[in-house]
Design a protein around this ligand. Structure first.
Ligand code: ARG
Length: 404
């Protein structure tokens, strides 16, 4: 048990929402401690000035807003593109990727401010608590970790009561959904989505037009990759954050990026989650396709296993496990020659690759073509097929003899 007297200065990851606002007061009261709030800008659409003002008004001793957008794009999203980062075939791990970076900034500020503890507002039911805590512990195991929301035992109504009593501003509408946002996507969960049979309602989507009302004409974009990461859009070199934002906008306008997913959380809960990830949908699809042009079958099949493990580690809060970097050694090596261009057609909710080219392509026209210029010697198959099928044919024979 943590002795209450040991907690004097707390760095709190602060979103500006009800939970973390109540946490400022609650932590200060419970421990008689000073609370320093930290808001990390990962590209969510928020008024960061207002968030900082609110923290100070509610009683934070000091507030930090950290602009980590570029770091997030290059150090987290780009590695995930190279790893084709997807959890359970559908979720581009957008929320997952941001948490270790939030933890890193939280620990940095805890050190700068001489804090003995860090705190976050995650509930006890999700993955985010795991990601933030493991990453904080991995960076500085001497910091105490406080999870007030998980432990204070207040219901939502009691929280609102507490907020009123302490003059904490409450946003007008009780929120219908639990939402998390960053450059790589929006996560929308709870409320009516808790019944997996209910179709997602229109009011949950913000970044994407419904496919039905998307333009009747397709939009075709061209993404250029260098060493596995996107560097230009439609022939124009772009900074990572700008490129991702632009693809989010264009794809979103075409209704691309909606995900409706049954998900297995690390705490064991089966949950229904929805996401809108327009840029992730397009850029992951484009990258995967380009890899198929450049890597050979052996590399490709092995990389699937590595990619899957990488995404699982990130989803499961183990960003700081050395295995992630070890897997990246392979991922980066294999992506050294993933240079080229991919054309993607965006149309009423779909993102379809319709062209790819690379100086490092292993596609050989002369081998593949059906026309007379082909250099492929078809008679080689006469010997190849009996050898390729040898064991299958023998096994079949044994099995049918047993039955007979
Ligand atoms: N299920 C997703 C994940 O574990 C999304 C979590 C969304 N978080 C939130 N605070 N609403 O990464």
């Amino acid at each position: 048990m943590i002795k209450v007297t040991e907690i004097k200065r707390i760095a709190l990851a602060y979103s500006g929402g009800l939970d973390t606002s109540v946490a400022i007061k609650w932590l200060a009261e419970k421990y008689g401690a000073k609370v320093i709030t930290v808001t990390v800008d990962l590209g969510q659409d928020e008024d960061f000035k207002a968030i900082g003002d609110k923290a100070l008004k509610v009683g934070a001793e000091n507030h930090y807003t950290v602009d980590a957008k570029r770091e997030f794009a290059t150090g987290y999203i780009f590695p995930s593109i190279k790893a084709n980062g997807i959890y359970q075939f559908k979720y581009p791990i957008s929320t997952s990727l941001g948490r270790p970076l939030i933890a890193e900034k939280l620990v940095e500020i805890a050190h700068k401010e001489g804090c003995d503890s860090v705190a976050h507002g995650c509930t006890g039911k999700g993955n985010d608590q795991i990601r933030i805590e493991v990453s904080c512990m991995a960076r500085d195991p001497s910091l105490k970790i406080l999870a007030p929301t998980r432990n204070w035992g207040m219901s939502r109504d009691q929280e609102i009561e507490y907020a009123k009593k302490h003059g904490i501003p409450i946003s007008k509408a009780a929120k219908k959904y639990s939402i998390d946002e960053c450059l790589w996507g929006r996560s929308i969960e709870s409320g009516p989505l808790e019944n997996p049979w209910n179709a997602p309602q229109d009011d949950g989507w913000l970044w994407t037009t419904s496919p039905e009302s998307a333009p009747d004409k397709p939009t075709i974009i061209e993404v250029e990759f260098k060493q596995g990461v996107p560097v230009a859009l439609d022939g124009v070199a772009m900074e990572p954050v700008d490129l991702i934002r632009k693809v989010n906008r264009i794809a979103g306008e075409n209704g691309v990026g909606r995900v409706d997913h049954m998900e297995d959380r690390i705490v064991g809960i089966k949950s229904r989650e929805t996401y809108e990830c327009p840029a992730a949908t397009v850029l992951l699809e484009a990258h995967r396709d380009l890899e198929k042009l450049i890597l050979n079958r052996h590399e490709h099949e092995f990389k699937k296993l590595v990619d899957d493990k990488w995404a699982f580690l990130v989803y499961a809060g183990l960003w700081d496990d050395p295995l992630r970097e070890e897997l990246e050694a392979f991922i980066n090596k294999s992506n050294e020659r993933v240079d080229g261009k991919v054309r993607v057609k965006l149309y009423k909710g779909s993102a379809m690759v319709c062209g790819r080219s690379s100086p490092n392509s292993v596609y050989d026209f002369k081998t593949a073509t059906y026309d007379s210029s082909s250099t492929f010697d078809q008679t080689l198959s006469n010997g190849f097929i009996p050898l390729w099928g040898l064991q299958t044919v023998v096994s079949r024979k044994v099995i049918s003899n047993r039955r007979a």
